[in-house]
Design a protein around this ligand. Structure first.
Ligand SMILES: *Cc1c(COP(=O)(O)O)cnc(C)c1O
Length: 417
């Protein structure tokens, strides 16, 4: 059923059958040995075309199923993942003096982050393998996403989160019924503990990057951008980056579309990192081929990562696409978050607004031309981290006595400034 032919190690090119391996290349290890998923593209071409897609009324990312690693479609859970809106935004175009800006709002997914694209695929793989339980390490969104899907699938789920994960994400996890294990440490500590637990108890591991199928789910964001722009490709794509899985996954999506002849050229991919969590940007600037570990610190928790787990593919994506990495300060992320609300009507969590901060920075540095077009990814919703969002604005409500005169007086005081 699945059109996956093989998995290829990104470091040593060793090839594996999908039946023989679940995670990473045994020779190259969990960070260097991430696996690329290869399809029978001729067979995909027979099942999927631009014309067939134009007639397909499935408004989820499963419209690209022949390009996804699914053997048994009956295991797909009934949540509407993907096919999120791509908004043209002329306010940002004009303010930045470039050709066009589009915003892809992936906060509009079932659990309010882009991670649903990956979890939806990961759960199918776990069920196909007959796994008895699933696990993940996460800064919050990957886990809360996974828990919704495993709840529907009836799979017990063990989640490892850093001690300081935002409360809304923890509540979401507990509500969906996951066993939540808070690790007294960072996301990186949670990641290592999760890996050990998965090995010991045989749980199917949805942790980012080490599971080769997650990036495949994330690539559908790129396929949608191509289709929504009527197969015209933007010059630039701005993606918030922590581990680098969304970034490399989307690059794979553009490459798949190109390989299938759906698009004629490829965009430049820009990974946007928080200054305090910029292991990939550091490596990029140094021309190094390994990134981290560093001590990560940013209020954008979803991109607070010391050792980027998808670093090999992410650095390769930046290189191959002619893009790169850019770093933005927490203040610049906060400013972008507020602008996104005012000029696009989108409430993003801090990490979710980092893509816009990156576009603003590069446009202000004159690195985009007057005719250049850009897509900005919004990856997660602001209600997931209300404390973080609150830091992005210095506004308070007006408090009044229960009398209209007081309302009038206070409003006048504001107008006087
Ligand atoms: C996970 C996440 C990211 C970063 O994705 P990586 O694959 O770790 O680079 C960015 N924004 C949000 C909202 C996320 O949840």
């Amino acid at each position: 059923m699945s059109l996956v032919t093989q998995l290829i190690c990104v470091s040593c090119n060793r090839r594996f059958s999908p039946r023989d391996i679940d995670y990473t290349c045994p020779d190259c290890g969990p960070v260097r040995g991430t696996l690329e998923v290869e399809y029978d593209y001729d067979a995909v071409r027979r099942e999927l075309s631009r014309e067939k897609l134009a007639r397909n009324r499935n408004a989820t990312h499963w419209r690209y199923r022949p390009l996804l690693p699914v053997e048994r479609p009956e295991f797909i859970q009934p949540l509407a993942v993907g096919w999120t809106p791509l908004y043209r935004n002329d306010a940002f175009r004009d303010r930045l003096g470039i050709g066009a800006v589009w915003i892809k709002d992936d906060s509009r997914n079932p659990t309010a982050s882009l991670k649903d694209r990956a979890s939806s695929v990961g759960v199918v793989r776990a069920l196909e393998k007959g796994a008895a339980a699933m696990t993940a390490a996460s800064t919050g969104n990957a886990a809360s996403s996974l828990s919704a899907f495993t709840a529907l699938a009836g799979l017990p789920t063990y989640i490892f989160v850093p001690e300081h994960a935002p409360r809304a994400k923890l509540v979401q996890l507990l509500l969906f019924g996951a066993h939540v294990i808070k690790v007294r440490g960072t996301y990186d500590d949670a990641f290592d503990l999760c890996w050990q637990a998965a090995e010991k108890w045989g749980w199917y591991n949805r942790s980012t990057a080490i599971n080769p199928y997650l990036g495949e789910g994330k690539k559908t964001a790129a396929l949608e951008i191509c289709e929504q722009l009527d197969w015209q490709v933007p010059d630039w794509v701005f993606v918030p980056v922590g581990d680098g899985c969304i970034f490399q996954g989307m690059w794979k999506g553009f490459k798949d579309a190109h390989r299938l002849g759906w698009i004629e050229r490829l965009p430049k991919m820009i990974g946007v990192q928080a200054e305090g969590s910029a292991a990939l940007a550091d490596a990029w600037e140094r021309g190094a081929d390994t990134a981290g570990p560093i001590e990560a610190s940013t209020f954008a928790d979803s991109i607070s990562v010391g050792l980027p787990r998808d670093q090999v593919k992410a650095l390769k994506a930046a290189r191959e696409s002619g893009g790169g990495f850019v770093r933005v300060s927490d203040a610049e992320i906060a400013e972008a978050l507020a602008l996104l609300a005012r000029h696009a009507g989108i409430m993003a969590e801090p990490a979710g607004a980092a893509g816009l901060a990156g576009l603003r920075k590069m446009a202000q540095q004159g690195r985009l031309g007057a005719n250049d077009t850009a897509v900005v990814m919004v990856t997660g919703h602001g209600l997931k981290d209300i404390d973080g969002v609150q830091k992005a604005m210095q506004r308070e409500a007006i408090v009044v006595e229960k009398a209209l005169e007081d309302v009038e007086e206070k409003l006048k005081a504001i107008q006087r400034g």
